[in-house]
Design a protein around this ligand. Structure first.
Ligand code: MN
Length: 258
């Protein structure tokens, strides 16, 4: 290690990969986790997650673990398993790995205010064409603007690619042709949380969203399951935590339908 002066150096963590994430949020107000980097344990597969997020507009946040943070893209129409469909994916700020547990409601007026569902989760691996890629391959492919990977999730699986189209932040998310390709619209056929089995409207109501946020969340559920704002009678005694604290992530709920 290079010798350091004994004098304390300035804290540079605020300039790290999660600086933008932290700067945009008020952690005394939002139930989202504060951003800290995570030490990578070797041998553990890389996590991926897709969060359905009804903010000012509906989108799906597609996140891949890389070097202790979740690289993130906002996909307005959601991922498509159809290789003929290219989905716009806007690169957004890296998120902390703790965010993978977050399902709930971001208060109105806060950054990204609205309802968040854990729509899919699983593991991913970089595809270095004829071998399993490592972190350096990911850095190289991102720099080149063509990141190839395989997913093992509950809704998304197989071989995919993110291709940068212009500037630095605009990408396309495309499914490669393989046994997991299909023309099914999984945003409609598989609309429920993979951790809680809930709809967007149910997450909004449990997270004490405002009436407007509840209506918007319900509008983000497909018509087949949408129940429209507050009109549906409350479900019988959904398991509630005893603590009176406001909206918290519902990570450890039993898995139900999805
Ligand atoms: Mn989002």
């Amino acid at each position: 290690m290079a010798p350091r002066t004994a004098k304390a150096l300035p804290d540079l963590s605020q300039y790290g990969q999660l600086a933008e994430y932290n700067r945009k949020r008020h952690f005394g107000v939002t139930p989202e986790p504060a951003g800290k980097g995570t030490e990578r344990k070797t041998g553990r597969p890389l996590e991926f997650i897709v969060q359905k997020h009804r903010a000012s507009r509906l989108h799906y946040d597609f996140r891949l673990e890389h070097r202790g943070v979740m690289l993130s893209w906002a996909v307005p129409k959601g991922p498509s398993p159809d290789p003929a469909v290219k989905r716009l994916a806007m690169e957004t700020e890296p998120h902390p790995m703790d965010y993978n547990q977050f399902e709930g409601v971001i208060p109105e007026g806060e950054y990204g205010g609205g309802t968040v569902m854990i729509w899919d989760k699983g593991v991913w691996a970089p595809d270095a064409v004829n071998r399993l890629g490592g972190e350096d391959d990911v850095d190289r492919q991102i720099k080149k603007g063509e990141l190839k990977f395989v997913l093992l999730g509950e809704k998304l699986a197989g071989s995919w690619v993110l291709v940068r189209t212009r500037g630095t932040r605009q990408w396309l998310l495309i499914k490669h042709r393989d046994q997991y390709a299909s023309d099914e619209d999984i945003t409609v056929t598989k609309p429920l949380s993979v951790v809680s089995g809930r709809t967007m409207a149910e997450i909004a109501r449990a997270g004490r969203a405002t009436p407007r946020q509840i209506a918007e969340a319900a509008g983000a559920d497909p018509p087949s399951i949408a129940t429209g704002g507050n009109s549906r009678p409350p479900r019988p005694a959904a398991p509630r935590k005893a603590t009176p604290k406001r909206a918290r992530p519902a990570a450890a709920r039993p898995r139900a339908r999805r």
